[in-house]
Design a protein around this ligand. Structure first.
Ligand code: DOR
Ligand code: ZN
Length: 428
């Protein structure tokens, strides 16, 4: 697809341009960036001085297809993604059947292409059926189109299985993403263990369940000299462990989710089951540590853990409701309100945490930067525009968000994927 974007304030991870530029995309690739480009026969999008970031990349979404198409499909999830400014999403394998063989990987890629809105990259399982026992064929998964494997939703509990998985992943050159949770310590807790779990009488999940697994896997990565990526890091202590590991040259990377830098366990007082997520919302001290770690680069990137669930599922009591909240359509609003306006992150840092570093972690060489020769994936953001997140405007099939009714400053104005305008904000 071809497109000429006029008057863009280009933001890359290394700098924010001072002068406005035009960007010419041909056949899905950025071919020219200059102060003024004039061509005929190419559609024009004038963004009038708004910020253009490299297309946002989400390393962690649940699209529920196959198996729970009542919660989300590749099509509805793609629409939610472009509305949220994302041009590439990596979808987790805890579907039914589980994404643990090449046929399912291929079918997801095929369906995403048919929908044609965003790049959907399936994350395969580490173990067959997410059972934590037998490894998938990693070489086959890589060949089918997986860049990473994860048993997300569950942790690979057995250290011997995880050790073997890391060794094979290194040979297959595929990234392993760990959902760090010691199941015995988590003990079916439904919220963070602390003052509020006692006050509310809800089953506690101690922070230790996350930190002991992070410590174990850092040790495995150190011993084997392999890479590992930690999903949804939520605790101050986890950040400290990752900081030490990085200082010792251990190849760890890690992500944080918007709900973990914007909400504390105190919010659970409302008993809103949309606040039930795994890992759970943590203490104020943890939230501050997550923000600081994003600023300092200890946490590499921001991912949503978009986890759609039906109202019927979420209407159960807090003990029984499933874990998860949707996140694709509020990520930019939360990043602007909680991080940029609070002067935690600069705009180049936003481009880094939501695109450049995510691309780097996954080895996507033609994404994550607005530069000649790179893919024509861009996200246009109006940093000043105020808006309210309303239930009626949610593109996701599921509406399980605790942010409905919340006002944000900063919104997605347009999303361009491979030179095609896949979303334009109609609200003035
Ligand atoms: O909150 C969560 N929801 N955490 C997970 O680990 C799984 C996810 C889901 O699949 O709903
Ligand atoms: Zn998870």
């Amino acid at each position: 697809m071809s497109l000429l974007i006029k008057n863009a304030k280009i933001v890359n991870a290394d700098k924010e341009a001072q002068n406005l530029q035009d960007i010419l995309i041909e056949k899905g690739v950025i071919i020219k960036i200059a102060p003024s480009i004039n061509t005929t026969d190419v559609p024009i999008l004038d963004i009038k001085g708004k910020r253009a970031l490299p297309g946002l990349i989400d390393l962690h979404v649940h699209l529920r297809e196959p198996g729970r198409e009542d919660k989300e499909t590749i099509e509805s999830g793609s629409r939610a993604a472009v509305k949220g400014g994302f041009t590439t999403v990596f979808c987790m394998p805890n579907t039914n059947p589980v994404i643990d063989n090449c046929m399912i990987v291929e079918s997801i890629i095929k369906e995403a292409k048919r929908v044609g809105l965003v790049n959907v990259v399936p994350i395969g399982a580490i173990t067959r059926g997410l059972k934590g026992e037998e490894l998938v064929d990693m070489f086959e998964m890589k060949q089918a189109g997986c860049f990473a494997l994860s048993d997300d939703g569950k942790c690979v509990s057995n250290a011997r299985v995880m050790k073997l998985a890391l060794q094979y992943a290194q040979m297959a050159q595929i990234l392993l993403i760990q959902h760090a949770e010691d199941h015995a310590l988590a003990a079916e807790g439904v919220m963070h263990e602390g003052y509020y779990s006692t006050l509310l009488g809800l089953k506690p999940q101690p922070g230790l369940a996350e930190t002991v697994m992070i410590a174990r896997d850092i040790e495995l990565a150190h011993y084997l000299k392999t890479r590992i990526h930690f999903a949804h890091v939520s605790l101050k202590r986890s950040v400290e462990l990752i900081k030490i590991a990085k200082s010792q040259g251990i190849q760890v990377t890690a992500e944080a989710c918007p709900h973990h830098f914007s909400l504390t366990d105190e919010a659970v007082k409302s008993f809103d089951t949309n606040l039930k997520v795994n890992p759970p919302l943590r203490s104020r001290e943890d939230v501050e540590a997550i923000k600081q770690a994003l600023k300092d680069g200890i946490l590499d990137c921001i991912s949503t853990d978009h986890a759609p669930h039906t109202p019927e599922d979420k209407e159960a009591g807090f003990d029984l409701a499933p874990f998860g909240m949707i996140g694709l359509e509020t990520a930019v609003g939360l990043v602007c309100s909680e991080l940029v306006q609070q002067k935690i992150l600069s705009w180049p840092q936003v481009a880094q945490k939501m695109s450049q570093r995510s691309a780097e972690i996954m080895g996507l060489k033609t994404k994550g930067e607005i530069k000649e020769g790179m893919d024509g994936d861009l996200t246009v953001i109006d940093a000043e525009k105020e808006w309210e997140f309303k239930k009626e405007m949610i593109a996701s099939k599921s509406k399980n968000s605790p942010f409905i009714g919340r006002k944000f400053k900063g919104c997605v104005e347009a999303t361009i994927c491979g030179g095609k305008i896949v979303y334009e904000n109609q609200v003035v």
